[in-house]
Design a protein around this ligand. Structure first.
Ligand SMILES: [Zn+2]
Ligand SMILES: [Zn+2]
Length: 138
């Protein structure tokens, strides 16, 4: 569940028309857009929006912890589902991405003997396979 706009309003985020459009584009479930996709969708709604504003706003949302950056493929993606720990299920055919919640915590799954003295603070797991559409097409 993502309710990005409500969260931003709740914390008194300065909501200009341009910044609101970026947040609206990112709002929703299973949203994982590249910066260029955010720019394209934001431009469709607000043609005068600038690339710099889109990129700066994305950076600010990440700094605020309201959007997370995920690396499941070549381009970094922006994910508004920042408040519920989750992993990703990625289609190798079409690139569709779903938020998934596997049992157990991948952070604690790594034994001390495999930590090499690191203080480990995060773990990302990406499950790959074919979505139903791609399986049917295959
Ligand atoms: Zn697919
Ligand atoms: Zn996600």
């Amino acid at each position: 569940m993502s309710d990005l706009l409500e969260r931003l309003r709740g914390r008194g985020w300065r909501m200009t028309a341009q910044r609101r459009v970026v947040a609206e584009v990112l709002d929703g479930e299973h949203v994982h857009l590249t910066a260029d996709e955010v720019l394209a969708r934001a431009t469709a709604r607000l043609p005068e929006i600038s690339r710099a504003t889109v990129y700066n706003t994305l950076g600010e949302l990440v700094t605020l912890g309201e959007v997370i950056e995920v690396s499941t493929g070549r381009a970094k993606r922006y994910d508004p589902n920042a408040h519920r720990p989750h992993q990703h299920l990625v289609c190798s055919g079409c690139g569709a991405i779903k938020d998934v919640h596997p049992g157990g915590d991948p952070l604690t799954a790594l034994p001390d003997s495999e930590r090499y003295g690191f203080t480990v603070s995060a773990a990302e797991v990406t499950y790959r396979g074919l979505c139903p559409d791609c399986t049917a097409r295959g």
